[in-house]
Structures are given as C-alpha cells and as structure tokens.
Design a protein around this ligand. Structure first.
Ligand SMILES: C[S@@+](CC[C@H](N)C(=O)[O-])C[C@H]1O[C@@H](n2cnc3c(N)ncnc32)[C@H](O)[C@@H]1O
Length: 466
C-alpha cells in the first residue's frame, strides 16, 4: 500500500484550490461539503497557503502548479495536483458519500477511471439508508456504551442492530419505527419480533434480481420459497440460512396457502428474519397480497420487495414490445388458471383490438382462451407468442396465430413456466443483434423464433388504433 488512507476533519479549515474552471469547481465542491473554507484562486500566490490544511491544484498554469506543489511541500501542507501524481503528496479518492458513512476508493493514482467505476458499483450496493442507519446508531451510542460495557456484548448488540429489525425498518424508510425497535432492543424485553420480506425473485436469472432483494437474501435467517425460484437466485442466500420449500407446482401444492401464511407468522414470532421468495413479482399472481394480509392481521412487520414479473421478462427476452404507439396502447395481465375447470375471464373486454394480452398460467388452457376470445369476435389472425422460461438462458419462443399455437403447444412445450403474449405487438418483434439464436427455438421452422417473423403478420393499420 503506497498511500495510507485516513479521513480528515476539515470543518472550518482553509483549503486552497488553484484554478478557475470546471475541474477546480469539481474539486472544491466535496471540500465545501466537508465544511472546509475553500479559497478558489485562478493564479498562485504563496500567501494564499497561509493557514491552509490542504492545497489542491486543478486547472491553473503549469508553472503555478509546480510552484504550488514545491512550496506546499516545503511548508508541510499536504498537496494534490489533478492528474499529476509526481506533484502530489496525497491522493483525492473517489468518494461514496452516505454521510456519516463515507467510502473512499483509490487506485494509488494509477487508474482514476477504474476508481470511478468501482464507486458506481459500491453506490449500488450501499444505498443512502446506510447513512441513516449509522446516524441512528450514533444517536444511541452513549446509551449502548453505558448498557454494554463488555466489548463483546457491545459488538453483538451492534451487529444485531445493523443486520436485524432496526436496520430493516431503516431500509424500509420507517425511521420512527426503527428508533422504537432500537429502544426495545436496548430495554432488552426478551421479546424479539422478527420480520417477513415478501421478495420478488424475478424470472430466474440472478442478475435480474433487484439490489434490495440481493441484500435481503444475504441477511435472512430463513428463506421460504416456491418452485419458480431458480437455484441461481437461491444460491445468493446466506450459506447458513434455513431453506423451506413450500412447493406450488400446478396442481401440486406441497403446502396449502393457509399453512404457508401460518408458517410465516410463526417464524417471524420466533424472531427470525424471513425472506419469502416468489418467482417474478410477489403481487402478480403470486398470492403476495394474501400473505401480506395474513401478516398484517397477525401484527407481523413485513415489507414487499418487487421483482421483474414474467410479462416484462418474457417480452424483453423475446424482443416483443408490450406497448407500441402503432400497435398497442394497453397491456392486460390475466390468468389462464381455471376455477373448477372453467376459465373465468371477461373475454369481451380481452377481445378488444389495439391492446396486448399477457396470460399467465395459460399454456394448458390455451384452447379455452382461444374459444372464449373467438366467441367475442377476436380476430383469429392476431399474432401471438408462447415464451417458455423467459428471462433465463433456457428461453424458448414460439410465434403464430392463436389457433396455430393451440395446435402446436402440446408438442412444443417442455414443461417450463410459459407466458402467452397476444397482440399486434408480437409482429413488432425484434431479434437481438449480435446474439445467436437458441438451437432449441427452431423446432417449428418459420413459426418459431425466426428473424423475419414480422413478415408473417400484417401490421395493424394506424387508423385502427387511433
Ligand atoms: C403463479 S404465476 C407466478 C407469476 C409471478 N409472480 C410473476 O410475477 O411472474 C406462474 C406463471 O407465471 C408465468 N411465468 C413465471 N415465470 C416465467 C418465466 N420465466 N417464463 C415464462 N413464464 C413465466 C407462467 O405463466 C407461470 O405459469
């Protein structure tokens, strides 16, 4: 390590910034934020260094920058000159400012662009709430020190604050609740209420998970998940987290919904931090609403974390726009799940032209769907698509008219979750440039995943849509 990192208190201290342009302003700004009294000067005058804690050379004439470096060093004032490591006695790091949490990144002056890239990554995983959490802990630090004089006990309490319910409430934006929870922890009532997070796991690919979901997975004591959650996502959980599979394949509910609700309540009451992981988004055909109701009824703290729902993942992965100014002005998410064998949908509403239908759980009831729509005057030549395992590496797409898909789906499907997309937008499908077509997608020749399938369909005339 060539440069030793340290954080300096500059409040009220004079700092000289040499330069008059944008670079000088950019350097002056964080110094001002840290409370420094910035002296911004276009030309160097050694007298400007009097009383300075630091000196920074930005966009001043070369001779001035040299003089600044030499004289500041001679007077024992740390000096930094932008992009001139040989003139510097210290480095200005890239900063992630989550006040009072501050993260400084340095590449020792060798690759400032890399430092900025690292900063962006860190900013993504350290949300501003970390600053609020640190500030809250700071407000209680005196009391924590008084109550926990033993260092080990104090450390354990702080870890509980930073990973448990208090942190969860801060991250959920409930600062008043977090403060109450922290006071409860310190009062040590022995009561350790847990919390449940209803988390959307997206379509399956690990990098389609939200950052919040990723963080919560890393912190959970227990993961309660169903069949649609991929191993790739489950692997992001803490190694020692308990995993409970509650099933939910079609017609194979390994645990009834009421039992799942009761399990979540029980775990939270045992003080566990529970992540209830659901494929896609928890509130889209995921019964997340029912679970949230049950938790609220039981007085269990919970938070809902959205995920990328199948309609969005499949549309993106198949290159099918869900809306298009010339083809669709509305999107309907509907279920193809039947009640007592009957598909209870408002077919007249769904059959209206100029919109996109995304049918979940619809592959096994496609014929009923086509019948129902047909009875309401739906144009049978409307393009449609089946997207199996959208948003994963095993995605497959089959396009055709609805009657064609009804005929071909049984032989085509391989049992993965499949979304039905119907509407003129399917004809607007765009093949991703520079990407190989999946071999598995070529099953049905011209109807399956072909680059020019737009030619198979007549685009809707503009006049019909406006
Ligand atoms: C019970 S619903 C759950 C939906 C989930 N909550 C969501 O937001 O995507 C299950 C249905 O979602 C659709 N689905 C889920 N993941 C999918 C995927 N990766 N590709 C295609 N369809 C998917 C299928 O229609 C599947 O039968």
């Amino acid at each position: 390590m060539r440069h030793f990192p340290l954080f300096m208190d500059l409040s009220g201290c004079p700092v000289l910034v040499l330069g008059a342009g944008e670079i000088a302003e950019r350097k002056a700004e964080p110094l001002r934020r840290a409370g420094a009294q910035v002296r911004l000067r276009p030309m160097f005058d050694p007298a400007d260094l009097d009383g300075c804690a630091l000196a920074v050379g930005a966009d001043a004439p070369e001779a001035d920058l040299f003089a600044l470096s030499r004289i500041a060093r001679a007077r024992g004032i740390p000096v930094n000159v932008v992009d001139r490591p040989e003139l510097c006695s210290f480095i200005m790091p890239a900063i992630v400012d989550r006040d009072p949490v501050t993260i400084a990144i340095s590449t020792g002056g060798t690759a400032p662009v890399l430092a900025r890239m690292l900063r962006q990554r860190i900013e993504a995983v350290v949300p501003p709430a970390f600053g609020r959490l640190a500030a809250l802990a700071g407000r209680f630090s005196g009391e924590i020190r008084r109550r926990f004089q033993d260092l080990g006990a104090r450390r354990r309490m702080l870890e509980r604050i930073f990973t448990g319910r208090v942190a969860a409430l801060v991250f959920a934006g409930d600062e008043a609740g977090a403060e109450r929870a922290l006071a409860d922890e310190l009062a040590d009532t022995g009561y350790q209420p847990g919390m449940v997070f209803l988390v959307g796991a997206g379509p399956g690919a690990g990098d389609l998970l939200t950052l919040r979901a990723q963080r919560l997975l890393g912190e959970a004591d227990v993961i309660v998940h169903d069949r649609l959650v991929s191993d790739e996502v489950l692997d992001m959980a803490r190694r020692d987290a308990e995993r409970i599979f509650v099933g939910k394949a079609r017609a194979n509910h390994c645990m009834q919904q009421a039992d799942i609700n009761a399990l979540l309540v029980r775990l939270a009451r045992a003080g566990k931090r529970v992540v209830r992981l659901k494929g896609g988004d928890p509130l889209v055909f995921g019964r997340g609403g029912e679970e949230a109701e049950a938790l609220a009824e039981a007085g269990v703290a919970h938070e809902i974390v959205p995920g990328i729902t199948a309609a969005l993942a499949c549309a993106a992965d198949a290159g099918i726009p869900l809306t298009h100014r010339e083809a669709s002005r509305a999107v309907t998410l509907a279920t193809g799940h039947t009640k007592d064998g009957v598909l209870e949908l408002d077919f007249a509403a769904l059959a209206r032209p100029g919109a996109t239908l995304a049918i979940y759980m619809g592959i096994h009831t496609l014929a009923q769907l086509a019948d129902g729509l047909g009875r309401c005057g739906f144009d049978q030549s409307t393009p449609a698509a089946l997207v199996e395992r959208g948003g994963t590496r095993r995605k497959r797409v089959l396009t055709g008219t609805l009657p064609e898909l009804v005929a071909q789906a049984p032989a085509w499907g391989t049992g993965g979750p499949t979304l039905v997309l119907i509407g003129e937008v399917v004809a607007r499908r765009s093949e991703r440039v520079g990407r190989k077509r999946e071999a598995s997608s070529a099953t049905f020749g011209a109807l399956t995943d072909v680059a020019d399938d737009a030619a198979l369909f007549r685009p809707t005339p503009r006049s019909q849509l406006y």
